[in-house]
Design a protein around this ligand. Structure first.
Ligand SMILES: [Zn+2]
Length: 352
């Protein structure tokens, strides 16, 4: 059976509030999400395993040392200066080429890209554990010859760049998993099916040809993260042609999503990926509180089935997907259609 990973340390972070339309609102990225997703995993008969602690090296392969220090120290610095229990900045730089600020508010503005990634006392512990969950899943596939593994990552990661948090994300679990796979596989693709564009992942690999990034998402002209995720963003320098965006009109349902997925799968095939990371957001659901797209539970089954035709090793990393009546069902449908039994013995038969 497919290995699945999760650590209870991932439940400690709870961002509580973020700012929407100028008001403080409850943050939807709650620990309860993980509890709901766990019910789908157990319904599939999968055992959730605690990740190993692989230390900082795999995380530092993606994120700047200054940023990692910030995530571990800013809460105490902020509190000692009289700040509230949520580190949220009130200014952001035009660009980040100038001197690094000494002041805690300046550091917060430098590293926190928006108001939906507050740093709390527990944030680092949960983000670190979430990254370890992704690393264990990647290493199970890379080192043990498994066809696939599932990482129940929470907090999510795909909006975090090398040195900037954003959109409930602190450490880019999918990027960390992809880099782990690169130690064995020459060409790795990250296929992001979250409702929101994976702007952090795109940024991290934008000038690289060894990791192709593909994202299917609600059109950023009308939807978070607004400034990234357009088709014209194709990569830069050596990375030109290795970043693919598939923005979809708001409210798109199964048929439109699946058509974009066909194009993305064809691009992965043309690239000749040796391994794939699926950045599995479930917030494209028609029942998700974000309401950007309208994928049905049957649609998630078809998405899982299509991605399950990949014959190369695959690491499934949980991204978004918020509390709704079908959150568990959508994960169940995806994973069961993807296939949770070991496919090693059937690989020679080719795609099903
Ligand atoms: Zn999302």
């Amino acid at each position: 059976m497919m290995h699945a990973y999760f650590s209870d340390d991932q439940l400690r972070h709870h961002g509580k509030t973020f700012i929407v339309a100028g008001e403080k609102k409850p943050i939807p990225e709650v620990p309860e999400r993980a509890d709901i997703l766990r019910t789908a995993v157990s319904r599939l008969g999968l055992e959730l395993r605690a990740p190993d602690d692989a230390g900082m090296a795999p995380i530092a392969a993606i994120h700047d040392e200054q940023y990692l220090d910030f995530l571990q120290t800013i809460y105490r610095e902020w509190r000692e200066a009289g700040g509230s229990e949520l580190v949220i900045p009130n200014i952001h730089p035009f660009d980040r080429n100038g001197p690094y600020p000494r002041h805690h508010t300046g550091k917060a503005g430098f590293h926190l890209g928006d108001t939906s990634c507050p740093v709390l006392e527990t944030t680092w512990h949960s983000a670190y554990a979430s990254a370890q969950t992704a690393i264990s899943a990647a290493r199970h596939v890379r080192d043990k010859g498994a066809h696939a593994a599932y990482a129940l990552c929470r907090p999510p990661g795909h909006h975090a760049s090398g040195n900037i948090a954003g959109g409930f994300c602190y450490l880019n679990n999918s990027a960390i998993a992809a880099q782990e796979l690169r130690a064995k596989y020459d060409r790795v693709a990250i296929l992001d099916v979250d409702l929101h564009h994976g702007n952090g992942t795109q940024h991290i690999f934008y000038d690289r040809a060894d990791v192709m990034t593909l994202s299917i998402h609600a059109d950023p002209m009308d939807f978070y993260p607004f400034f990234w995720g357009h088709e014209v963003e194709v990569g830069e320098n050596a990375g030109i042609g290795f970043n693919k965006n598939y923005p979809l009109p708001l409210g798109s349902g199964d048929a439109v999503f699946l058509e974009a997925l066909d194009r993305a799968m064809a691009a992965i095939d043309d690239f000749g990926a040796d391994a794939v990371v699926v950045a599995l957001g479930l917030d494209a659901s028609r029942d998700d509180p974000f309401g950007g797209l309208a994928v049905s539970p049957d649609g998630f089954s078809k998405i899982g089935e299509k991605i399950g035709t990949l014959t190369c090793p695959t690491v499934i990393v949980q991204e978004g997907g918020y509390v709704s009546s079908t959150l568990a069902e959508n994960l169940y449908q995806f994973l069961s259609a993807f296939g949770v039994t070991n496919k090693n013995t059937t690989l020679s038969e080719g795609p099903k």
